[in-house]
Design a protein around this ligand. Structure first.
Ligand code: NAP
Length: 384
């Protein structure tokens, strides 16, 4: 039996992970589980999964958690420190599925204590990619990507010589506004942006998918996860999202991984690797799909993608600045304080101001990233 902790168990990825684990109770035992504020779901899942440790990040909900789990033999904890304590428990696999920068410290800690990180949280690599990968190497922690695109790349690279890799083809659905003009995009509401055509995900990533910041984040992730330069990563808009990504080798061969829009496949691959677990999810029906389309991404209409690519070129802590600005801008858009198009403008202006204030240097520690994240949030807040 392998031990698994799930950070962000109540979220979309957390719930899909539970579905996979429930199909393989003989292979995995759950150790720690965590949630942000959703204390009732956390308590239910702790009992259902027979968890050993449960953490609620929102400390004001700790008394409720205690009363909901009274009489159960489950260790309880709370707050950001509680998340870190959960991450110091030795496990075979740690599922990093907290949304946003809030998941970074626990994931960085898990690198020291888990044998493998199943990495769903993309903000870890966007905000702290170089540091995160260096720590993973230092502590010999294996990183298995959970994002379906990076799982596809990982699978297409398996068994091949990575030094013969020519480029990565990162596929993108294009989001719900793929064909919208700038004029049409001016009046997009949160409800429209939350309605993704292909994937059912948490609110933050759904908005990121609509602005293409999600694809930008994935561009940055791919840059850190695989041995490629930024010029070797090409975004390909593929509206059906059936091909989850591709890799091209020096001989011109392109290998692709295809699947349904179910996250279970990528999650089960990250949990079961090198084995493939049997899953009873729906299978892909190529006759129903019938055709696959490809087009170029428009970085003028979708400036967030351009900014993410530019942040890789700029290097240093530009990703941390971009991530901080985007997190605040997305929250402000959801709260109807700013327009859809203002998300990209706030990200761009935050980067420009951060650059003029010289806060985009190289990070040597988590403290550097926290300081830059803090300053970038102040800048973005004042712009909002
Ligand atoms: N959903 C997908 O299909 C998908 C695919 C690829 C990658 N990802 C990435 O995976 C991560 C999770 O995405 P998601 O869609 O599952 O998000 P989600 O549905 O919003 O779930 C987020 C999880 O994080 C917890 N959380 C929120 N704020 C927290 C805080 N401050 N401290 C501790 N825990 C906190 C939430 O707890 P509560 O429920 O208590 O709020 C929940 O368990 C994101 O980084 C996303 O980009 C998601």
């Amino acid at each position: 039996m392998k031990t698994v902790s799930i950070f962000g168990v109540t979220g979309s990825i957390g719930q899909s992970t539970v579905k996979v684990l429930n199909q393989h109770k003989n292979l995995f035992a759950v150790d720690a589980i965590t949630a942000g504020a959703n204390v009732e779901s956390l308590a239910k899942l702790a009992i259902q999964l027979n968890a050993k440790y449960a953490v609620i990040a929102d400390a004001s909900k700790f008394e409720t958690l205690k009363s909901l789990l009274a009489g159960h033999n489950i260790e309880l904890d709370c707050g950001e420190d509680g998340l870190i304590r959960a991450a110091t428990r030795k496990v075979d696999i740690s599922m990093a599925a907290i949304v946003g920068y809030a998941g970074l410290k626990a994931a960085l800690t898990s690198l020291k204590y888990a044998k493998r990180i199943a990495l769903a949280n993309k903000e870890c690599l966007v905000a702290a990619g170089a540091l995160f990968m260096a720590e993973a190497k230092k502590y010999n922690c294996q990183i298995l990507p959970v994002d379906s695109e990076h799982s596809a790349m990982f699978q297409c690279l398996e068994g091949n010589n990575k030094s013969q890799l020519e480029k990565i083809l990162l596929t993108a659905s294009g989001g719900p506004f793929r064909t919208h003009s700038m004029g049409e995009m001016q009046h997009i509401t949160p409800a429209q942006a939350l309605n993704h055509p292909n994937w059912d995900m948490g609110a933050k990533i759904t908005i990121d998918s609509a602005t293409l910041m999600n694809k930008g984040n994935e561009f940055i992730e791919a840059f850190h996860l695989f041995p490629v330069t930024a010029d070797q990563i090409q975004v390909v808009v593929h509206k059906q999202s059936i091909i989850h990504s591709m890799v091209q080798y020096h001989d011109g061969s392109i290998l692709a991984q295809l699947g349904t829009h179910e996250m279970g496949t990528a999650i089960s691959y990250a949990l079961g690797y090198p084995d493939r677990l049997t899953l009873d999810f729906e299978r892909l029906d190529l006759f129903k799909i019938a055709r696959l389309d490809f087009e170029k991404a428009d970085e003028k209409r979708f400036k967030c993608l351009y900014l993410a690519k530019q942040s890789v070129q700029m290097g240093g802590m530009c990703g941390a600045v971009l991530n901080a600005a985007n997190e605040l801008a997305v929250a402000a858009f959801l709260a109807e304080k700013i327009s859809f198009l203002a998300i990209a403008d706030i990200c761009e202006q935050t980067i420009n101001i951060a650059q003029s204030k010289n806060i985009i240097g190289n990070a040597t520690s988590l403290d550097d990233i926290c300081a830059t994240d803090h300053q970038a949030r102040q800048i973005a807040n004042s712009l909002i």
